[in-house]
Design a protein around this ligand. Structure first.
Ligand code: ADP
Ligand code: MG
Length: 451
Protein backbone atom coordinates (compact mmCIF):
# COMPACT_ATOMS: atom_id res chain seq x y z
CA UNK A 1 0.00 0.00 0.00
CA UNK A 2 1.44 3.39 -0.89
CA UNK A 3 1.15 6.38 1.40
CA UNK A 4 -1.88 7.78 -0.37
CA UNK A 5 -3.81 4.53 -0.24
CA UNK A 6 -2.87 3.99 3.35
CA UNK A 7 -4.08 7.46 4.27
CA UNK A 8 -7.29 7.13 2.28
CA UNK A 9 -8.27 3.98 4.14
CA UNK A 10 -7.34 5.58 7.46
CA UNK A 11 -9.48 8.58 6.63
CA UNK A 12 -12.28 6.30 5.53
CA UNK A 13 -12.36 4.79 9.00
CA UNK A 14 -12.12 8.17 10.70
CA UNK A 15 -14.97 9.44 8.59
CA UNK A 16 -17.43 6.96 10.02
CA UNK A 17 -16.41 7.86 13.57
CA UNK A 18 -16.83 11.62 13.20
CA UNK A 19 -19.69 13.90 12.32
CA UNK A 20 -19.73 15.14 8.76
CA UNK A 21 -18.77 18.68 9.76
CA UNK A 22 -15.96 17.61 12.03
CA UNK A 23 -14.49 15.28 9.48
CA UNK A 24 -14.67 17.88 6.73
CA UNK A 25 -13.26 20.56 8.96
CA UNK A 26 -10.37 18.77 10.52
CA UNK A 27 -9.35 15.85 8.41
CA UNK A 28 -10.54 16.14 4.88
CA UNK A 29 -7.56 18.22 3.82
CA UNK A 30 -4.96 16.16 5.60
CA UNK A 31 -2.31 14.17 3.74
CA UNK A 32 0.16 11.52 4.73
CA UNK A 33 3.31 12.86 3.17
CA UNK A 34 6.14 10.74 4.47
CA UNK A 35 7.23 7.95 6.74
CA UNK A 36 10.65 7.45 8.14
CA UNK A 37 11.94 5.25 10.97
CA UNK A 38 8.42 4.54 12.18
CA UNK A 39 7.45 8.21 12.22
CA UNK A 40 4.49 9.03 9.98
CA UNK A 41 4.25 12.64 8.85
CA UNK A 42 0.74 14.00 8.41
CA UNK A 43 0.26 17.45 6.86
CA UNK A 44 -2.61 19.68 7.96
CA UNK A 45 -3.57 23.04 6.49
CA UNK A 46 -2.93 25.23 9.53
CA UNK A 47 -1.83 25.33 13.11
CA UNK A 48 -5.28 25.16 14.59
CA UNK A 49 -6.13 22.01 12.67
CA UNK A 50 -2.80 20.62 13.78
CA UNK A 51 -3.45 21.29 17.45
CA UNK A 52 -7.00 20.07 17.28
CA UNK A 53 -6.21 16.84 15.47
CA UNK A 54 -3.20 16.26 17.67
CA UNK A 55 -5.19 16.57 20.86
CA UNK A 56 -8.45 14.95 19.81
CA UNK A 57 -7.80 12.40 17.11
CA UNK A 58 -4.18 11.39 17.37
CA UNK A 59 -4.83 8.22 19.33
CA UNK A 60 -7.58 7.01 17.01
CA UNK A 61 -5.55 7.69 13.92
CA UNK A 62 -2.55 5.92 15.34
CA UNK A 63 -4.66 2.88 16.15
CA UNK A 64 -6.08 2.71 12.65
CA UNK A 65 -2.71 3.24 11.00
CA UNK A 66 -1.20 0.50 13.09
CA UNK A 67 -3.72 -2.02 11.86
CA UNK A 68 -2.68 -1.27 8.29
CA UNK A 69 1.04 -0.88 8.83
CA UNK A 70 2.67 -2.21 11.97
CA UNK A 71 5.87 -0.27 11.41
CA UNK A 72 4.23 2.91 12.70
CA UNK A 73 5.60 4.15 16.02
CA UNK A 74 4.33 7.69 16.15
CA UNK A 75 2.70 10.42 14.13
CA UNK A 76 4.17 13.87 13.55
CA UNK A 77 1.69 16.48 12.49
CA UNK A 78 3.06 19.26 10.37
CA UNK A 79 1.57 22.27 8.66
CA UNK A 80 1.34 21.96 4.90
CA UNK A 81 2.49 24.77 2.57
CA UNK A 82 -0.06 26.78 0.62
CA UNK A 83 0.19 28.32 -2.80
CA UNK A 84 -0.55 32.01 -3.18
CA UNK A 85 -3.21 33.22 -5.58
CA UNK A 86 -2.56 35.52 -8.52
CA UNK A 87 -3.71 39.11 -8.35
CA UNK A 88 -6.73 39.98 -10.48
CA UNK A 89 -8.67 43.17 -11.17
CA UNK A 90 -10.81 44.81 -8.48
CA UNK A 91 -14.51 44.42 -9.05
CA UNK A 92 -17.45 44.86 -6.77
CA UNK A 93 -20.82 43.19 -6.86
CA UNK A 94 -23.59 45.30 -8.30
CA UNK A 95 -27.03 45.58 -6.77
CA UNK A 96 -28.40 43.18 -9.36
CA UNK A 97 -25.68 40.65 -8.58
CA UNK A 98 -26.72 40.79 -4.98
CA UNK A 99 -30.33 40.35 -5.98
CA UNK A 100 -29.44 37.27 -8.00
CA UNK A 101 -27.37 35.99 -5.15
CA UNK A 102 -30.19 36.31 -2.71
CA UNK A 103 -32.51 34.48 -5.07
CA UNK A 104 -30.01 31.63 -5.17
CA UNK A 105 -30.41 30.64 -1.51
CA UNK A 106 -30.82 26.95 -1.01
CA UNK A 107 -34.41 26.25 -0.13
CA UNK A 108 -35.12 24.12 2.87
CA UNK A 109 -38.68 23.46 3.85
CA UNK A 110 -39.72 24.07 7.42
CA UNK A 111 -41.77 21.23 8.80
CA UNK A 112 -45.20 22.77 9.45
CA UNK A 113 -45.88 20.58 12.43
CA UNK A 114 -42.65 20.97 14.38
CA UNK A 115 -41.66 24.29 12.84
CA UNK A 116 -38.14 22.91 12.48
CA UNK A 117 -35.94 23.67 9.53
CA UNK A 118 -34.03 20.56 8.47
CA UNK A 119 -30.98 22.61 7.44
CA UNK A 120 -30.00 22.92 11.08
CA UNK A 121 -28.31 19.72 12.19
CA UNK A 122 -25.85 18.78 14.89
CA UNK A 123 -23.50 17.35 12.29
CA UNK A 124 -23.30 20.63 10.38
CA UNK A 125 -22.54 22.55 13.58
CA UNK A 126 -18.84 23.23 13.91
CA UNK A 127 -17.67 22.79 17.47
CA UNK A 128 -14.88 24.74 19.09
CA UNK A 129 -14.02 26.34 22.41
CA UNK A 130 -16.69 29.07 22.08
CA UNK A 131 -19.60 26.66 21.86
CA UNK A 132 -18.25 23.38 23.14
CA UNK A 133 -20.23 23.34 26.36
CA UNK A 134 -23.50 24.31 24.71
CA UNK A 135 -22.95 21.68 22.05
CA UNK A 136 -22.12 18.97 24.57
CA UNK A 137 -25.27 19.72 26.53
CA UNK A 138 -27.34 19.76 23.34
CA UNK A 139 -25.97 16.38 22.29
CA UNK A 140 -26.54 14.95 25.74
CA UNK A 141 -30.17 16.02 25.60
CA UNK A 142 -30.71 14.18 22.34
CA UNK A 143 -29.29 11.07 24.02
CA UNK A 144 -31.37 11.45 27.11
CA UNK A 145 -34.30 13.78 26.83
CA UNK A 146 -34.84 15.68 30.05
CA UNK A 147 -31.24 15.33 31.13
CA UNK A 148 -30.77 19.08 31.43
CA UNK A 149 -34.09 20.71 32.03
CA UNK A 150 -34.71 23.45 31.21
CA UNK A 151 -31.78 23.97 28.92
CA UNK A 152 -31.08 27.67 28.54
CA UNK A 153 -28.64 28.84 25.94
CA UNK A 154 -27.57 32.42 25.39
CA UNK A 155 -25.25 34.41 23.19
CA UNK A 156 -24.99 37.30 20.74
CA UNK A 157 -26.61 37.66 17.34
CA UNK A 158 -25.56 35.25 14.62
CA UNK A 159 -23.55 32.93 16.85
CA UNK A 160 -25.54 29.77 16.30
CA UNK A 161 -28.28 29.69 18.96
CA UNK A 162 -31.10 29.03 16.55
CA UNK A 163 -28.99 26.51 14.69
CA UNK A 164 -28.16 24.58 17.83
CA UNK A 165 -31.61 24.50 19.39
CA UNK A 166 -33.27 23.52 16.12
CA UNK A 167 -30.63 20.86 15.61
CA UNK A 168 -31.65 19.30 18.92
CA UNK A 169 -35.21 19.09 17.61
CA UNK A 170 -34.15 17.65 14.27
CA UNK A 171 -31.90 15.10 15.90
CA UNK A 172 -34.72 14.01 18.20
CA UNK A 173 -37.07 13.68 15.23
CA UNK A 174 -34.59 11.47 13.43
CA UNK A 175 -33.58 9.43 16.43
CA UNK A 176 -36.93 8.64 17.96
CA UNK A 177 -38.68 8.00 14.70
CA UNK A 178 -41.21 10.78 15.30
CA UNK A 179 -42.47 9.16 18.50
CA UNK A 180 -41.35 12.18 20.45
CA UNK A 181 -42.78 15.46 19.26
CA UNK A 182 -40.57 18.51 19.41
CA UNK A 183 -41.89 21.94 18.61
CA UNK A 184 -39.86 25.00 17.77
CA UNK A 185 -41.37 28.41 18.30
CA UNK A 186 -39.87 31.89 18.18
CA UNK A 187 -41.04 33.67 21.31
CA UNK A 188 -42.81 36.24 19.16
CA UNK A 189 -45.01 33.55 17.68
CA UNK A 190 -45.71 32.17 21.12
CA UNK A 191 -46.78 35.65 22.19
CA UNK A 192 -48.97 36.02 19.10
CA UNK A 193 -50.66 32.70 19.76
CA UNK A 194 -51.41 33.59 23.33
CA UNK A 195 -52.74 37.03 22.46
CA UNK A 196 -54.92 35.46 19.79
CA UNK A 197 -56.19 32.91 22.30
CA UNK A 198 -57.05 35.56 24.85
CA UNK A 199 -58.80 37.77 22.30
CA UNK A 200 -60.80 34.94 20.79
CA UNK A 201 -61.62 33.15 24.00
CA UNK A 202 -59.59 30.16 22.85
CA UNK A 203 -56.78 30.30 25.34
CA UNK A 204 -57.44 26.75 26.51
CA UNK A 205 -56.87 25.32 23.06
CA UNK A 206 -53.70 27.38 22.65
CA UNK A 207 -52.41 26.05 25.95
CA UNK A 208 -53.28 22.53 24.97
CA UNK A 209 -51.41 22.89 21.71
CA UNK A 210 -48.25 23.70 23.61
CA UNK A 211 -48.76 21.25 26.42
CA UNK A 212 -49.13 18.44 23.93
CA UNK A 213 -45.56 18.65 22.73
CA UNK A 214 -42.75 16.59 24.26
CA UNK A 215 -39.90 18.99 23.65
CA UNK A 216 -40.71 22.68 23.54
CA UNK A 217 -38.04 24.86 21.97
CA UNK A 218 -38.49 28.59 22.42
CA UNK A 219 -36.20 30.96 20.55
CA UNK A 220 -35.28 34.49 21.68
CA UNK A 221 -37.11 34.44 24.98
CA UNK A 222 -35.92 37.99 25.75
CA UNK A 223 -38.91 39.24 23.74
CA UNK A 224 -41.37 37.66 26.17
CA UNK A 225 -40.25 39.52 29.26
CA UNK A 226 -42.48 42.37 30.31
CA UNK A 227 -45.67 41.29 28.58
CA UNK A 228 -47.53 40.29 31.72
CA UNK A 229 -50.29 38.20 30.29
CA UNK A 230 -48.07 36.19 27.97
CA UNK A 231 -45.48 35.79 30.66
CA UNK A 232 -48.14 34.47 32.98
CA UNK A 233 -49.34 32.01 30.36
CA UNK A 234 -45.82 31.07 29.55
CA UNK A 235 -45.14 30.36 33.18
CA UNK A 236 -48.17 28.10 33.47
CA UNK A 237 -47.32 26.26 30.29
CA UNK A 238 -43.72 25.99 31.41
CA UNK A 239 -44.71 24.52 34.76
CA UNK A 240 -47.19 22.10 33.23
CA UNK A 241 -44.54 20.79 30.86
CA UNK A 242 -41.86 20.74 33.48
CA UNK A 243 -43.97 18.83 35.94
CA UNK A 244 -44.68 16.26 33.26
CA UNK A 245 -40.95 15.87 32.70
CA UNK A 246 -41.11 17.37 29.26
CA UNK A 247 -37.93 18.86 27.90
CA UNK A 248 -37.80 22.64 27.56
CA UNK A 249 -35.14 24.40 25.54
CA UNK A 250 -34.78 28.14 25.52
CA UNK A 251 -32.53 30.61 23.75
CA UNK A 252 -31.88 34.23 24.56
CA UNK A 253 -29.44 36.95 23.60
CA UNK A 254 -28.45 37.32 27.27
CA UNK A 255 -28.38 35.25 30.47
CA UNK A 256 -31.57 34.89 32.53
CA UNK A 257 -30.45 37.33 35.19
CA UNK A 258 -29.92 40.01 32.56
CA UNK A 259 -33.48 39.99 31.25
CA UNK A 260 -34.72 42.76 33.50
CA UNK A 261 -38.39 42.41 32.70
CA UNK A 262 -38.50 38.70 33.35
CA UNK A 263 -40.55 37.81 36.35
CA UNK A 264 -38.51 36.52 39.25
CA UNK A 265 -40.08 33.08 39.49
CA UNK A 266 -39.57 32.48 35.79
CA UNK A 267 -35.97 33.63 35.98
CA UNK A 268 -35.16 31.34 38.87
CA UNK A 269 -36.72 28.45 36.99
CA UNK A 270 -34.40 29.13 34.09
CA UNK A 271 -31.40 29.48 36.35
CA UNK A 272 -32.34 26.22 38.02
CA UNK A 273 -31.75 24.31 34.80
CA UNK A 274 -28.64 24.11 32.68
CA UNK A 275 -27.36 27.44 31.40
CA UNK A 276 -24.73 27.51 28.66
CA UNK A 277 -23.42 30.37 26.59
CA UNK A 278 -22.06 30.67 23.09
CA UNK A 279 -19.37 33.30 22.77
CA UNK A 280 -17.49 34.76 19.83
CA UNK A 281 -15.64 32.14 17.84
CA UNK A 282 -11.90 32.70 17.80
CA UNK A 283 -9.95 32.90 14.59
CA UNK A 284 -9.21 29.22 14.12
CA UNK A 285 -12.81 28.32 14.71
CA UNK A 286 -13.89 30.85 12.09
CA UNK A 287 -11.51 29.25 9.63
CA UNK A 288 -13.07 25.92 10.47
CA UNK A 289 -16.56 27.29 9.88
CA UNK A 290 -15.63 28.71 6.48
CA UNK A 291 -14.22 25.35 5.50
CA UNK A 292 -17.26 23.50 6.67
CA UNK A 293 -19.60 25.83 4.76
CA UNK A 294 -17.50 25.39 1.63
CA UNK A 295 -17.68 21.69 2.03
CA UNK A 296 -21.45 21.80 2.38
CA UNK A 297 -21.80 23.39 -1.02
CA UNK A 298 -18.96 21.38 -2.52
CA UNK A 299 -16.83 24.40 -3.29
CA UNK A 300 -13.25 25.33 -2.62
CA UNK A 301 -11.46 28.59 -2.08
CA UNK A 302 -7.85 29.47 -1.87
CA UNK A 303 -6.37 29.19 1.62
CA UNK A 304 -5.44 32.88 1.62
CA UNK A 305 -9.06 33.88 0.94
CA UNK A 306 -10.39 31.54 3.61
CA UNK A 307 -8.03 33.11 6.10
CA UNK A 308 -8.94 36.58 4.98
CA UNK A 309 -12.64 35.96 5.57
CA UNK A 310 -11.92 34.46 8.97
CA UNK A 311 -9.69 37.38 9.91
CA UNK A 312 -12.19 40.02 8.99
CA UNK A 313 -15.52 38.60 10.16
CA UNK A 314 -15.26 38.14 13.87
CA UNK A 315 -18.53 38.67 15.58
CA UNK A 316 -21.28 37.16 13.56
CA UNK A 317 -21.32 33.84 11.76
CA UNK A 318 -24.35 34.82 9.73
CA UNK A 319 -22.36 37.71 8.30
CA UNK A 320 -19.39 35.50 7.68
CA UNK A 321 -21.64 33.15 5.70
CA UNK A 322 -23.04 36.09 3.76
CA UNK A 323 -19.58 37.25 2.72
CA UNK A 324 -18.57 33.74 1.79
CA UNK A 325 -21.63 33.42 -0.46
CA UNK A 326 -20.84 36.69 -2.15
CA UNK A 327 -17.29 35.63 -2.81
CA UNK A 328 -18.35 32.28 -4.24
CA UNK A 329 -20.97 33.98 -6.32
CA UNK A 330 -18.40 36.39 -7.67
CA UNK A 331 -16.10 33.56 -8.62
CA UNK A 332 -18.87 31.77 -10.42
CA UNK A 333 -20.00 34.82 -12.30
CA UNK A 334 -16.52 35.76 -13.44
CA UNK A 335 -15.38 32.21 -13.78
CA UNK A 336 -11.99 33.05 -12.28
CA UNK A 337 -10.23 32.54 -9.00
CA UNK A 338 -10.90 35.54 -6.86
CA UNK A 339 -7.90 37.66 -5.87
CA UNK A 340 -7.34 38.64 -2.25
CA UNK A 341 -7.80 42.25 -3.26
CA UNK A 342 -11.22 41.66 -4.75
CA UNK A 343 -12.20 39.54 -1.79
CA UNK A 344 -11.07 42.37 0.44
CA UNK A 345 -13.29 44.78 -1.50
CA UNK A 346 -16.29 42.51 -1.15
CA UNK A 347 -15.67 42.17 2.57
CA UNK A 348 -15.22 45.91 2.90
CA UNK A 349 -18.50 46.55 1.16
CA UNK A 350 -20.34 43.89 3.15
CA UNK A 351 -19.04 44.99 6.52
CA UNK A 352 -19.11 48.76 6.29
CA UNK A 353 -22.50 48.74 7.99
CA UNK A 354 -21.34 46.46 10.71
CA UNK A 355 -20.60 47.86 14.08
CA UNK A 356 -22.47 51.00 13.32
CA UNK A 357 -25.52 51.20 15.51
CA UNK A 358 -28.52 52.23 13.51
CA UNK A 359 -31.50 53.02 15.65
CA UNK A 360 -35.16 53.36 14.81
CA UNK A 361 -35.03 57.13 14.65
CA UNK A 362 -32.22 57.01 12.07
CA UNK A 363 -34.21 54.63 9.92
CA UNK A 364 -37.29 56.81 9.93
CA UNK A 365 -35.19 59.89 9.22
CA UNK A 366 -33.41 58.28 6.28
CA UNK A 367 -36.68 57.07 4.77
CA UNK A 368 -38.24 60.51 5.23
CA UNK A 369 -35.21 62.21 3.75
CA UNK A 370 -35.21 59.95 0.73
CA UNK A 371 -38.90 60.41 -0.05
CA UNK A 372 -38.89 64.03 0.93
CA UNK A 373 -41.60 63.66 3.54
CA UNK A 374 -41.51 64.01 7.33
CA UNK A 375 -41.14 61.29 9.93
CA UNK A 376 -44.57 62.37 11.22
CA UNK A 377 -45.98 61.50 7.80
CA UNK A 378 -44.51 58.04 8.10
CA UNK A 379 -46.21 57.25 11.37
CA UNK A 380 -49.42 59.13 10.52
CA UNK A 381 -52.62 57.42 9.41
CA UNK A 382 -52.37 59.00 5.97
CA UNK A 383 -53.30 56.46 3.27
CA UNK A 384 -51.95 58.33 0.27
CA UNK A 385 -49.75 56.21 -1.95
CA UNK A 386 -46.79 58.60 -1.53
CA UNK A 387 -46.90 57.90 2.20
CA UNK A 388 -47.92 54.25 2.25
CA UNK A 389 -44.89 53.04 0.36
CA UNK A 390 -42.34 54.86 2.55
CA UNK A 391 -44.18 53.56 5.61
CA UNK A 392 -43.93 49.98 4.43
CA UNK A 393 -40.30 50.43 3.55
CA UNK A 394 -39.65 51.90 6.99
CA UNK A 395 -41.19 48.85 8.66
CA UNK A 396 -39.22 46.58 6.38
CA UNK A 397 -35.97 48.32 7.29
CA UNK A 398 -36.74 48.36 11.01
CA UNK A 399 -37.02 44.61 10.82
CA UNK A 400 -34.17 44.06 8.41
CA UNK A 401 -31.58 46.42 9.82
CA UNK A 402 -32.53 46.90 13.46
CA UNK A 403 -33.74 43.33 13.90
CA UNK A 404 -36.76 44.55 15.86
CA UNK A 405 -39.71 42.34 16.69
CA UNK A 406 -42.98 42.79 14.80
CA UNK A 407 -44.97 43.72 17.90
CA UNK A 408 -42.38 46.35 18.70
CA UNK A 409 -42.37 47.75 15.16
CA UNK A 410 -46.15 47.77 15.17
CA UNK A 411 -46.20 49.67 18.43
CA UNK A 412 -43.62 52.23 17.21
CA UNK A 413 -45.62 52.85 14.07
CA UNK A 414 -48.92 53.07 15.93
CA UNK A 415 -50.11 49.90 14.25
CA UNK A 416 -50.91 46.28 14.80
CA UNK A 417 -48.10 43.71 14.64
CA UNK A 418 -49.92 42.07 11.71
CA UNK A 419 -49.50 45.28 9.73
CA UNK A 420 -45.79 45.18 10.47
CA UNK A 421 -45.58 41.55 9.30
CA UNK A 422 -47.58 42.31 6.19
CA UNK A 423 -45.42 45.32 5.31
CA UNK A 424 -42.20 43.45 5.83
CA UNK A 425 -43.33 40.52 3.74
CA UNK A 426 -44.74 42.66 0.96
CA UNK A 427 -41.50 44.60 0.53
CA UNK A 428 -39.37 41.52 1.00
CA UNK A 429 -41.20 39.74 -1.83
CA UNK A 430 -41.42 42.68 -4.13
CA UNK A 431 -37.76 43.51 -3.88
CA UNK A 432 -37.00 40.44 -5.98
CA UNK A 433 -39.22 41.43 -8.87
CA UNK A 434 -39.03 45.18 -8.77
CA UNK A 435 -35.59 46.62 -9.49
CA UNK A 436 -36.88 50.14 -8.88
CA UNK A 437 -37.88 49.26 -5.34
CA UNK A 438 -34.60 47.50 -4.75
CA UNK A 439 -32.76 50.57 -5.93
CA UNK A 440 -34.73 52.80 -3.58
CA UNK A 441 -33.88 50.59 -0.64
CA UNK A 442 -30.21 50.53 -1.53
CA UNK A 443 -30.20 54.31 -1.71
CA UNK A 444 -31.92 54.63 1.64
CA UNK A 445 -29.31 52.32 3.11
CA UNK A 446 -26.67 54.57 1.62
CA UNK A 447 -28.18 57.55 3.41
CA UNK A 448 -28.31 55.54 6.61
CA UNK A 449 -24.76 54.35 6.55
CA UNK A 450 -22.95 57.23 4.88
CA UNK A 451 -22.22 59.13 8.08
P1 ADP B 1 -28.39 33.15 16.31
O1 ADP B 1 -29.69 32.41 16.46
O2 ADP B 1 -27.49 32.97 17.48
O3 ADP B 1 -28.57 34.59 15.95
P2 ADP B 1 -28.03 31.38 14.05
O4 ADP B 1 -28.22 30.08 14.72
O5 ADP B 1 -29.14 31.90 13.22
O6 ADP B 1 -27.58 32.49 15.10
O7 ADP B 1 -26.68 31.29 13.19
C1 ADP B 1 -26.38 32.19 12.13
C2 ADP B 1 -25.82 31.41 10.98
O8 ADP B 1 -24.54 30.92 11.31
C3 ADP B 1 -26.65 30.21 10.60
O9 ADP B 1 -26.67 30.09 9.20
C4 ADP B 1 -25.93 29.04 11.22
O10 ADP B 1 -26.11 27.87 10.47
C5 ADP B 1 -24.50 29.52 11.18
N1 ADP B 1 -23.71 28.99 12.33
C6 ADP B 1 -23.64 29.51 13.56
N2 ADP B 1 -22.82 28.79 14.35
C7 ADP B 1 -22.36 27.79 13.58
C8 ADP B 1 -21.46 26.69 13.81
N3 ADP B 1 -20.89 26.52 15.00
N4 ADP B 1 -21.21 25.85 12.79
C9 ADP B 1 -21.80 26.03 11.60
N5 ADP B 1 -22.64 27.03 11.32
C10 ADP B 1 -22.93 27.91 12.28
MG1 MG C 1 -31.62 33.11 16.28
Amino acid sequence: MDLDQLWQSTLGEMEVQLSRANFATWLKQSRLINKKDGVFYVALPNNFAKEWVESKYQKNILGILRRHDDSVKKIEFIIGGQKLPIEKERVILTASDIQKLEGMELEFKTDPETNLNPRYTLSSFVVGPSNELAFAAASAITQQIGKYNPFFIYGGVGLGKTHLIQAIGNEIMAKYNKKIRPKYVPSEQFTRDIIWGIRNDRIESVKKKYRDVDVLIIDDIQFIGGKEKTEEEFFHTFNALYENNKQIIISSDRPPQAIPTLEERLRSRFEGGFVADISYPEYEMRVAIVRSKLNEVNKTLDEAIIELIARRLKKNIRELEGVLKKILFYQEQKNTEISPKTAEDIIEKATQNVGKRVNEANVLKAVAEFFNITTEDIISRNRRKEIVEPRQIAMYLLREICDLSYPYIGEKMGRDHTTAIHSYEKINNEINHNPGLNQKILMIKDILFKN
